[in-house]
Design a protein around this ligand. Structure first.
Ligand code: IFM
Length: 469
């Protein structure tokens, strides 16, 4: 059976500045927390960094040509904050601005809509030196940064996304410490979560002040599909706890203007939430044009009777229990065929999530801003329809097809899904896992920066061009 997507459905691919740009010392950019984190021994699996990455800073034109070949109508990219404002409260760096103006203009010339994320984890190091997301000032500086971007790039951007996956910034950056800045303090993680929420609200206001209500503004959350291992009340409570920390901590303030009181109760002894100031909830809750959802896999939880699950007890991978939960939540080992990240594959989770969000927030447009899978690819000589090497990646093709079908099913059930972005356009720097995990629908040969087609890229091209699965 063929499903045809709505005529204006937006197909795209996604990347993030530190994962693809490289050129970390060029044109006035100063270090971000990821530059610093990568220098610390033992933080990155292969000892690498984003210093060169996919060299997209210099090769964006070539990559845009590849996007044109794919036929996509949008590219989701992020801006490096320390390229735009390299010093604490310093002047705007014109070279940084001009670089992004060139990239955005080139996308527009190619009829590809830029979906721009303001913050995809590369906090300027000078702000971390002052406390990072654990302090309120970072949210206030983010407001200025958003205002600068709206002023300098406003007419070139199609959709603004304030934050990408604040879950990772807060819990992995300040809780488990497996991401930059590598802090292990759950009190700070909760403060970071609130300041990220606040930064989101302040940025939406700043963008709308500059560009008016026509500006399209969104946020991207990696909402987690937490499933209870059984229908027992204890396991259902474990699911509720997971939902609170994974999802409600963002959805509550951003869309409902409140933190769920159970969240506050569950963190007694970790934080008194004194960082929430009078008026913050009104600031955070801003009308949005769409909600971006990043989806990879599901998570099964059950209640653990006697002790607490801490970060160190969590299985590897970012999509598991984020916090020591009061009543003890155990994340079950993933089952079935796992991706190279060790994540399960459950396309129905994406459908369920989209349908659930559409019921919870009627009228809000939803976009799948990331979806994809990492596999251990091998390159074969010859066979690419464009000449040269090819990667046959049947697992990634199946994952892609199954998840796009899940999006189709959600639309069929009434969810207003307006776009799908494959993660990722290119293999890239997979944070603390380095270059070993490849998510691209195009391969990158890191020796010479050659882009190599994969079967998944060819299959995506077919789906995009046909607007159907
Ligand atoms: O590479 C990341 C991306 O930066 C954020 N979402 C998940 C991807 C895969 O782990």
């Amino acid at each position: 059976m063929t499903f045809t997507f709505p005529p204006d459905f937006l197909w795209g691919t996604a990347t993030a500045s530190y994962q693809v740009e490289g050129a970390v010392h060029e044109d006035g950019r100063t270090p971000s927390i990821w530059d610093t984190f990568c220098e610390r021994s033992g933080t990155i699996a292969d000892g690498s960094s984003g210093a060169v990455a996919c060299d997209q800073y210099h090769r964006y034109r070539e990559d845009i040509e590849l996007m044109q070949e794919l036929g996509v109508g949008a590219y989701r990219l992020s801006i490096s904050w320390s390229r735009i404002i390299p010093e604490y409260r310093g002047p705007v760096n014109d070279k940084g601005v001009q670089h992004y103006r060139r990239v955005l203009q080139a996308l527009r010339d190619a009829h590809i809509r830029p979906v721009v994320t303001l913050y995809h984890w590369d906090l300027p190091q000078y702000l971390q030196d002052r406390g990072g997301w654990a302090v309120r000032e970072t949210a206030e500086e983010f407001e200025r940064y958003a205002d600068v971007l709206a002023r300098e790039l406003g007419e070139l951007v199609d959709t603004w996304t304030t934050l990408n996956e604040p879950w990772c910034s807060a819990y992995l950056g300040y809780g488990s410490g497996v991401h930059a800045p590598g802090i292990q303090d759950y009190g700070q993680a909760l403060a970071a979560a609130h300041h990220l929420n606040l930064a989101h609200g302040l940025a939406v206001q700043a963008i709308r002040r500059r560009l008016g209500d026509e500006a399209k503004v969104s946020v991207t959350l990696n909402l987690q599909v937490c499933r209870a291992a059984s229908a027992s009340p204890a396991d259902m409570r474990a699911k509720e706890q997971s939902d609170l920390f994974a999802n409600e901590i963002w959805l509550g303030p951003m869309f409902d203007g409140r933190y769920d009181p159970r969240l506050l109760q569950s963190t007694e002894g970790i934080s008194d939430w004194a960082f929430v100031h009078h008026g913050d909830m009104e600031t955070i809750r801003q009308p949005l044009d769409s909600l971006g959802i990043n989806y990879y896999s599901t998570m099964y939880v059950r209640q653990r009777e006697h002790d607490l699950v801490t970060a160190s007890a969590r299985p590897a991978g970012p999509y598991s229990s984020p916090m020591p939960a009061q009543e003890g939540v155990e994340v079950l080992p993933p089952e079935g065929q796992l991706t190279a990240m060790g994540w399960n594959q459950e396309p129905e989770g994406l459908r369920d999530l989209l349908v659930e969000m559409s019921k919870r927030y009627p009228g809000l447009q939803l976009m799948v801003t990331e979806n994809g899978s990492a596999w251990d690819d091998t390159v074969e000589n010859g066979g690419s329809p464009f000449g040269g090497e090819i990667v046959h990646d049947p697992h990634r093709v199946t994952y892609l097809e199954e998840h796009i079908k899940a999006v189709a099913e959600a639309i069929d059930e009434g969810a207003p899904v307006s776009g799908y972005f494959a993660w990722s356009l290119l293999d890239n720097f997979e944070w603390s896992l380095g270059y070993g995990k490849r998510f691209g629908i195009l391969r990158v040969n890191y020796d010479n920066q050659e882009r190599i087609w994969k079967d998944s890229g060819l299959r995506f091209r077919e789906i995009v061009r046909g607007n159907a699965i």
